[in-house]
Design a protein. Structure first.
Lengths: 330, 330
DNA sequence: CTGTTAGCGCCTTCAA
DNA sequence: TTGAAGGCGCTAACAG
């Protein structure tokens, strides 16, 4: 049984042409007569030929693969983060049907510089950077064009991100418009670019609505939501709306509110950010600013595939509000 | 600048040996004198040499890569499923430090047979099957040894799974032991092997505790938890404990309980299954049977790397109970 | 439009 | 213990 895998040579022989011609047909070159083209494809079917990716990679000096690179710090802990899965999902949706594959690199924070250099050296079609700080992204970008950063990055590094500020603004406006009178925020880390955008959006919209911005320092994690909310409740017992830096933070807010005896949305309205599946799974279902992660990952992947990335490839995607029960009018 | 990447040839020249010898050193062959070995490693450092994976793959006819294969149906929707990320995390923890990489294939349910064949044909070091039904896994296994299924599979297919029945038993015992008097269950799909194990565990433990098993049909999703709970509440308003087929289901249970005005854990105790991050993020934090996903994925990966898989490679891992607030004594 | 001819970088016999 | 030499399967000039 175990017949050896057919090679281009075999295909060529079966089609009565040379290996080179067969190659041309298969790689979709144009300088081939329709007749031979048909013969070759026929032979391919016949033999069940499939190109050997390794050989091809060696010959053209580039592997048909998209590298997903994630820096895994305590905040973005892959393995407990929906964001990451959404990225994968977005990439693969584009790669489906292509014979490009996806390779994943998760890099521990401490060894990031070294490992990033390793990856940059061996990148295939291109790399998608997730949670890579601007400085490191810039370094990577210097060693390898064909890169896109998911989320804001250093200037000159191609990137795509959600419109964090606009999303936050929409959230706050929504809360005031539906009758809330004192909307506070639990922010992310002060040095996180996404968090910064959301924070400034919150402040802007608050002022715009004639209110003083009130926020607690937090982070993209459950605990931050809990403690931040506790602080805010202590200082502002009359608050009736909370904007959380992300869904995970919002889950913490939810817990703290619950423990303080406040009901959502009756006593306090809540809006998260991300619109991950956490939002729909929470009780009550959570209003959240939708970050189109899959879409952004897909766009980035497409750009990498077509090679259209450049320092100017900078995209900011809209982040529309997804309204659910947690912000229903009181 | 752009100096060409050093090759084995270069290393050999720098070390004053032949390409072949350099290769031997680098691949860790033993028939080399200590002196030359040192010289070669020195040259490697000097030149910053890194083997070309594509070339190596071509030469030895196998790519240094672990293939993660996930069938993406509505239940396991990658992109909204913590389980999947945990698998990735487990695989990569083993691969770190190796120059083996991970490739991901997500396959839509309908085209599964074809695509699985494609993957089987091009597998590198080995494949890890996730959510692949026994029949398809068997087919894959027939085309390619070097495979492990995560979760129960067809006989003869190497596999590793959590002890679903034992986990369920522990959950039920825990509930009765802590004072509950009527523990019901929201099950998974009747044809899902994990769900079957948990279901039988629940029944066994119920009978053992002197109670009649009472369960609602459900599934591994939020909605199933909601409607299942509603049915159960209608038929058994006096229930005071619920065992849910998985954490997601449990989130649905939580919602339904909330909406019915029951408090957790005061009125009803709840135990989920998986101990995914959902459990810790829920309000109240959820008691859950821990499925050691990362650990299982890591074991499978290790087995693939060492090539010790065989039809007899069958593991069942313990699934200990992780106790949190949702099942605190009333 | 098609065939010929070199490699791509590495591993692996086969001799020495 | 080491070197020489032949592929692995494919692509990419270069002729014809």
């Amino acid at each position: 049984m175990e017949a050896k895998k057919p090679t281009l040579e075999d295909v060529g022989r079966a089609a009565g042409v040379s290996r080179a011609t067969a190659s041309r047909v298969i790689t979709g070159a144009h300088r081939v007569s329709t007749k031979t083209r048909n013969r070759v494809w026929h032979a391919v079917e016949e033999l069940g030929y499939h190109p050997d990716l390794a050989a091809r990679a060696l010959a053209k000096g580039r592997t048909e693969v998209i590298d997903l690179v994630v820096i895994d710090d305590d905040a973005t802990r892959v393995g407990s983060n929906p964001y990451y899965s959404r990225v994968v999902s977005g990439i693969l949706s584009v790669l489906a049907g292509t014979d490009t594959q996806m390779r994943t690199h998760v890099i521990d924070e401490p060894e990031a510089p070294t490992r990033l250099d390793d990856v940059a050296r061996t990148v295939g079609v291109g790399a998608l950077l997730v949670n890579v700080p601007p400085a490191l992204a810039a370094r990577f970008s210097a060693r390898c064009d064909r890169v896109v950063s998911l989320g804001h990055s250093a200037p000159g590094v191609p990137s795509i991100e959600a419109d964090n500020a606009a999303g936050a603004i929409a959230a706050v406006e929504h809360l005031y418009r539906t009758g809330r009178r004192k909307v506070v925020a639990v922010h992310g880390k002060p040095n996180n670019s996404c968090a910064i955008g959301r924070r400034s959006g919150y402040s802007l919209a608050s002022v715009e609505a004639g209110h003083e911005p009130i926020g607690a320092e937090g982070g993209f994690c459950l605990e931050a939501g809990v403690t931040g909310t506790q602080e805010l409740l202590a200082a502002h017992p009359d608050l009736d709306g909370i904007f959380a830096a992300c869904d995970l933070t919002a889950m913490g807010v939810l817990r703290a509110l619950n423990e303080s005896g406040r009901r959502v949305p009756d006593d306090v309205a809540l809006v998260g950010f991300d619109d991950s599946f956490l939002a729909s799974v929470a009780t009550p279902a959570m209003t959240s600013v939708r970050q189109p992660v899959e879409h952004m990952a897909a766009m980035a992947t497409r750009a990498l595939l077509t090679g259209e990335t450049s320092a100017h490839w900078q995209h900011v995607e809209p982040a529309p509000l997804q309204i659910r029960r947690s912000s229903a009018a009181a």
